[in-house]
Design a protein around this ligand. Structure first.
Ligand code: NAP
Ligand code: GDD
Length: 326
């Protein structure tokens, strides 16, 4: 039985990846913050249905000691490093902790693997935010990076640490350069979930307006369940490498509003307002993937459409709103 370790297992991607690896017969371990172990009902809600099948270890990305103690106890075939401060606006508020968790945290995981089990295969959760003010559309593996936020910078530095462990120490380290991916498990503050939840609550009579920021930004939005398959496929390759993962189609925030509100029979123009509080100090205008390398070399294809993914999220948020939950 193959054994995998997931950091960030309580997050959106961690929960889908854990499901996927369990379905493939893996023994799945996760590192979770101690506070999550103390409050599982709230902090482990995305993996509540899996808890009997997982082995969880307390640890935090800020502490090398906590990570190396997990890796010293057990050998893993694969390590998926997903833990991060993943909300871009928060990185403008507190860039220091974002760099600490995302960059130094990644360094901790890489160094602990190198010390205890350099033969383990390592996946790093890179991001299309690393392209930032992109010089070409669509973006591929060779597109130059120009991050526009402390989050993007933190991911880019961690990406280079991953490349360096591959080149300097011969470790099997790969990065996925993943474009935005969503699901009903997406936290509320990300724009997709904010919109689908807002549309559901307005349709249910719980709210009247939804305040957003830049409606013209374009993103290549896919579904998280599709993207975790790409993570796994990367670690099955003989040679480590970095891959762009996205659908190849971009939509604006306005398009997402239109699909979500239409799904509940409303016109978004009557409910969405623009509030400057949600604008960013530096914006990324257009992200769109050229994932042909993932398609050709990994055999990876997305299965969800943009409209299908948005409708799935709206349906889940409608059910929550009708049940009177938040
Ligand atoms: P997410 O839902 O925000 O999950 C983040 C995970 O990291 C959670 O399990 C969180 O634990 C954990 N974490 C945060 N700080 C930690 C710390 N100091 N110590 C230990 N664990 C910590 O993110 P996601 O959407 O699943 O994304 C997974 C990864 O892919 C992230 O690295 C993200 O930056 C990257 N990524 C995401 C996308 C996307 O569109 N979703 C695209 C490209 C890259 P708690 O539950 O305890 O907070
Ligand atoms: N969050 C948010 N809230 N974003 C808004 C809003 C709003 O009210 N109004 C407009 N937007 C715009 C943002 O300015 C941005 O251009 C776009 O919607 C998407 O924002 P998010 O959903 O917050 O995602 P992101 O693109 O900044 O970052 C996500 O994708 C990255 C990959 O490209 C995160 O998942 C990152 O962790 C990930 O790396």
């Amino acid at each position: 039985m193959r054994r995998a370790l997931i950091t960030g297992i309580t997050g959106q991607d961690g929960s889908y990846l854990a499901e996927h690896l369990l379905s493939l017969g893996y023994e799945v371990h996760g590192i979770v913050r101690r506070i999550a172990l103390e409050d599982p009902g709230h902090r482990m809600k995305r993996i509540a249905h899996l808890l009997d099948d997982l082995v969880l270890h307390p640890g935090t990305m800020e502490s090398y000691g906590s990570i190396v103690s997990v890796l010293a106890q057990q050998r893993f075939d694969e390590c998926y490093h997903l833990a991060a401060q993943s909300f871009v606006p928060e990185s403008f508020v507190d860039g220091f902790s974002t760099l600490n968790v995302n960059t130094t945290g990644t360094h901790h995981v890489l160094a602990a693997l190198r010390q205890t089990q350099p033969e383990a295969r390592f996946y790093f959760a890179g991001s299309s935010e690393m392209f930032g003010r992109a010089r070409e559309v669509p973006q591929r593996e060779s597109t130059p990076f120009h991050p526009r936020s402390p989050y993007g910078i933190s991911k880019l530095a961690a990406y280079w640490l991953t490349v360096n462990h591959r080149e300097a120490f011969g470790m099997h380290c790969s990065s996925g350069i993943l474009f935005n991916h969503e699901s009903p498990r997406r936290p509320h503050e990300f724009v997709s979930r904010k919109i689908t939840r807002g549309a559901a609550r307005i349709a249910s009579g719980l709210e009247r307006q939804l305040a957003l920021g830049n409606l013209d930004a374009r993103r290549d939005w896919g579904h998280a369940a599709d993207y975790v398959r790409a993570m796994h496929l990367m670690l099955q390759q003989d040679a480590p490498a970095d891959f762009v993962v996205g659908t190849g189609r971009s939509h604006s925030v306005r398009d997402l509003c239109a699909v979500a509100f239409e799904a509940v029979g409303l016109d978004y123009r009557e409910h969405v307002t623009v509030d400057p509080r949600f604008l960013r100090p530096a914006e990324v205008d257009v992200l769109e993937a050229d994932a042909s390398a993932a398609r050709d070399r990994l055999g990876w294809e997305p299965t969800y459409t943009f409209e299908g993914m948005v409708r799935e999220m709206v349906d889940a948020d409608l059910a929550t709103a009708r049940a009177g939950a938040s």
